[in-house]
Design a protein around this ligand. Structure first.
Ligand code: FAD
Ligand code: SF4
Length: 477
């Protein structure tokens, strides 16, 4: 166990962020790094409280008290091995996980949890720097071939686990580079893309074959893959964005958040985008519709592009600052979250519904909004009602729709293979992660709906285990 009284002796010390005036001029990561000595002291604050609620809160079941103890003792290699035993990519989650573990940490009862996420990132980075993480190809190959379709965190985790089990894995990706939303959704200022390339280099050196710019269902058919591979894992994400079909939607200057974010990520990577196709917030009044993480990423990107003003609106009410009675510790706190992008400057408003877009000469100029009041409807469900006399217009000549994703893209592969969908139009899977089509499995957002990187990794790992069981059972038959 780490120091049982460490949390009394040592104060919580987060690494903190780069100063706002400096960071809004570039796309480099916002979060800073603590020195190794301070980092070990932060691990010393973990008291290994017997029932590790943090472990319960972590979707990949990270053995948090165990690696905090190793880190406290200065055994960075041991800490890395323990961390990698449950999480394929701690360098991603250590940077961008919303850290439900910290919400569940016993020290969070007093609002001073162990800096679990930052400790995780520090262990991963030290492990790369010291060469503890290096290619370790499987000693024996099973002769079975698996196709993993989609290279987001779920696909990368499934491919890694299946390859480690000795199967020959081909990872198909329709985009130019691997990573899914890690690469093209999440901005560089939260996750620099070198981390994805560094990990992929190792996975490829371990034997995973990668085929980018190959859309399965278009460039190669799913049926062909079914003939060539012993199993298929679909990790195609939930890429269908929620639209807002109201008057004025067809005006110029209204875009899906992902089109805006993807373009900036590609530009940062050196891609050329013709002037007429560039979606830029420069000198524009920007309105982001949707109060979640994607919206927050639009805010940070618009600020860096030189927006005149940035407003973010949300239809739901403003969350409380403190936990409410029906949301106690150790559950994830449904409280107001202020991201680094919000801190950089943004007018945030809640309980606003968007009614109409207004424009001039085919370009949007305003969004008409109205306040809504939330309460229990007749059948007891949470429902909203427009508040009379509260209609107003918000000036905006760039509007970004960040209202979440509804389900995976159905056109193409899913339709071709006649894969059954559930009530939410996600890919329907059973307890073995199998779809309705023989030897086709699914994981990540495509099966669970839009979620988090850590849940995608957990789901990819689970699917890999089930596919391994399936292939081994076939071997015996
Ligand atoms: C803007 C934004 C910010 C986010 N920020 C965070 C965050 O800070 N923290 C967090 O935990 N989560 C965040 N998320 C959520 C997280 O990124 C996703 O939950 C996660 O990436 C889902 O992983 P996945 O592997 O299931 O799918 P994805 O990452 O969506 O990857 C799916 C991949 O499949 C490929 N593909 C699809 N169809 C085909 C086909 N037919 N053939 C070949 N390839 C195909 C796609 O091109 C894509 O690369 C964010 C999401 C967005 C949109
Ligand atoms: S993956 Fe997320 S929930 Fe799990 S230990 Fe890391 S930060 Fe916490």
């Amino acid at each position: 166990m780490a120091d049982p009284k460490g949390f009394i002796k040592i104060k919580k010390k987060p690494a903190g962020n780069r100063p706002i005036h400096e960071r809004i001029d570039d796309y480099s990561e916002v979060e800073q790094v603590l020195n190794s000595e301070d980092r070990q002291l932060q691990a010393q604050r973990c008291m290994d409280c017997g029932i590790p609620f943090c472990h319960w809160g972590c979707p990949v079941d990270n053995l948090i008290p165990e690696w905090n103890d190793l880190l406290y003792r200065g055994d960075w290699k041991g800490a890395s091995e323990r961390l990698q035993s449950t999480n394929n990519f701690p360098e991603f989650t250590g940077r961008i996980c919303p850290a439900p573990c910290e919400h569940s940490c016993v020290l969070n009862i007093d609002g001073e949890p162990v800096t679990i996420r930052e400790n995780e990132a520090a262990i991963a980075e030290k492990a790369f720097a010291e060469g503890y993480i290096k290619p370790n190809p499987p000693k024996v190959r099973t002769g079975k071939k698996v196709a993993v379709i989609g290279s987001g965190p779920a696909g990368m985790a499934a491919a890694d686990q299946l390859n480690k089990a000795g199967h020959s894995v081909t990872l198909f990706e329709k985009d130019k580079k691997v990573g899914g939303l890690l690469r093209y959704g999440i901005p560089d200022f939260k996750l620099n893309k070198h981390t994805i390339d560094r990990r992929m280099k190792i996975l490829m050196a371990e034997g995973i074959e990668v085929k980018t710019e190959t859309e399965v269902g278009k460039d190669i058919s799913g049926t062909e893959l079914l003939k060539k591979f012993d199993a298929i894992c679909l990790t195609i994400g939930a890429m269908q964005p929620r639209d807002l079909e109201i008057e004025g939607r067809d005006l110029d200057g209204i875009h899906y958040a992902m089109d805006f974010l993807t373009q900036q990520n590609k530009v940062n990577d050196g891609a050329y985008v013709a002037y007429d196709n560039r979606i830029t917030a420069e000198e524009r009044n920007v309105l982001v519709i949707g109060g979640g993480d994607t919206g927050s990423d639009c805010v940070g990107t618009a600020t860096r592009q030189g927006a005149k003003s940035v407003t973010q609106i949300e239809i739901l009410p403003k969350p409380p600052k403190q936990r409410s009675a029906d949301n106690p510790w150790p559950y994830y706190a449904r409280t107001l979250k202020t991201s680094t992008s919000h801190e950089e400057g943004c007018d945030r408003r809640w309980s606003l519904s968007t009614l109409k877009f207004h424009g001039m000469q085919q370009r949007v100029t305003h969004a008409e909004v109205q306040e809504v009041a939330w309460g229990r409807g007749v059948n007891g469900s949470y429902a909203m009602k427009p508040v009379k006399g509260t209609k107003e217009k918000i000036e905006a000549d760039l509007i970004l729709l960040a209202m979440g994703f509804v389900h995976p893209v159905i056109e193409g592969l899913v339709t071709e293979l006649k894969i059954s969908l559930n009530g939410r139009k996600n890919i329907d899977i059973d307890h073995t992660m199998a779809t309705s089509v023989q030897k086709v499995f699914a994981a990540g957002d495509a099966a669970n709906g839009a979620s988090l990187v850590v849940t995608a990794i957990a789901s990819g790992r689970r699917a890999a285990k089930k596919i391994d069981d399936f292939l081994l059972s076939q071997k015996k038959n």
